[in-house]
Design a protein around this ligand. Structure first.
Ligand code: BT5
Length: 330
């Protein structure tokens, strides 16, 4: 199985082609001979690629006399399907789809190191064994969700980087709202909520030298076709709000397109052009909140989100501007 520090799979065109062929059979068996003839390679070569795919975590059954069958095709993203549908210039210019990984953010870091990816690349996995939230928290990532990381290299001053959390939460909430009856909402700075429960989370990781940030890894987790019993109490998924199941590729394409739009708007015109959108989606604005910052708590009315993306809280002792923390309504 491919884990983050042992990544080798992407970029192998024949492997991707065989995966797509198996995927198109949607749970039916296809013989090794048929695959070999169609792809113009030997049966042994087919077998080797299938073994490599199994190593990466794909559940492929082999039955003599019948051939090979890929299981759980609904939860697998085919890279070429996404790149073929996207109309973006930057976001998703390269899509690498994997089966099981530790964390797509970890894979992304490894691939940056190996110079396998560049700005705009998206790494998506069917399942994460060690999904990460902020501040070392755990992110549950069973199969049926969208777990992906996007690599960006924005030429922004360090002081503006925290605004990116807000920018991506606007994009994700807009993208997901196309699949829901009621619009998604945002909890500052980076959580997307549906009907009072968390449906998506965003984790930004920065890397670079002392003189500037080179890379921003935007990790996004979206609960799509997951039974809420397999998620924490505070979470929901699109599955809970829709039957039949929603196609994972449809959601990924929509969200990536929304990210490109909102991100370009931010780079061109700054956060002030998006601030209204953030404020109208932010469900605790104008409410009495508590912001937990480690052991410290800030309590008061959340009266604004300022131009630096900080939460502005009117407390009994005056106005406090908060840059990090977990908000809850009290
Ligand atoms: C986040 O952290 O919300 C950021 C989540 C980012 C996940 C993506 S998936 C792709 C990429 N690769 C990674 O390894 N991570 C990123 P935070 O605000 O700290 O929220 C974490 C909290 O959300 C946990 O403590 C749980 O209470 C809750 N939680 C865990 N899994 C969840 C899920 N699947 N859905 C909703 N809430 C969840």
């Amino acid at each position: 199985m491919v884990l983050s520090n042992n990544f080798s799979g992407s970029g192998n065109k024949m492997r991707d082609t065989i995966l797509k062929e198996l995927w198109q059979y949607k749970g039916e068996y296809v013989s090794g001979n048929e695959l070999a003839a169609k792809l113009g390679i030997s049966r042994v070569a087919v077998w080797k690629h299938i073994e490599a795919l199994k190593e990466e975590g794909y559940d492929i059954r082999g039955v003599s006399g019948k051939g090979y069958c890929l299981q759980n095709t609904d939860n697998i993203i085919i890279s070429s399907e996404i790149t073929g549908r996207l109309k973006n210039r930057l976001i998703g210019n390269q899509v690498i789809s994997l089966s099981k990984v530790d964390s797509t953010n970890q894979v992304c870091k490894q691939m940056i190191k190996n110079k396998q990816i560049s700005e705009g690349a998206v790494i998506v996995a069917a399942e994460q064994l060690n999904g990460k939230g902020r501040l070392g928290r755990k992110w549950d990532s069973p199969s049926g969700g969208l777990w992906f990381s996007l690599l960006l290299s924005p030429a922004l001053p360090v002081s503006e980087l925290p605004l990116l959390s807000l920018v991506f939460s606007i994009a994700v909430s807009h993208g997901l709202s196309k699949f829901t009856q009621v619009p998604c909402q945002i909890k500052w700075p980076n959580d997307v909520y549906l009907d009072g429960k968390k449906i998506a989370g965003i984790l930004l990781e920065l890397s670079g030298e002392l003189d500037g940030i080179e890379n921003v890894i935007v990790g996004i987790g979206i609960n799509v076709n997951i039974n809420p019993n397999h998620l924490p109490e505070i979470a929901t998924s699109l599955y809970e709000h829709s039957t039949p199941k929603i196609n994972l590729a449809d959601v990924l394409v929509e969200v990536l397109q929304e990210i490109e739009k909102v991100y370009n708007e931010f780079l061109a015109n700054g956060f002030s052009s998006l601030s209204d959108r953030f404020q109208s989606a932010c469900f605790h604005l104008g409410k009495e909140v508590q912001v937990q910052q480690g052991l410290k708590k800030v309590c008061g009315i959340n009266i604004d989100i300022d131009e630096m993306g900080r939460l502005v809280v009117q407390t009994a002792d005056g106005i406090v501007r908060v840059s990090t923390g977990d908000v809850s309504i009290i």
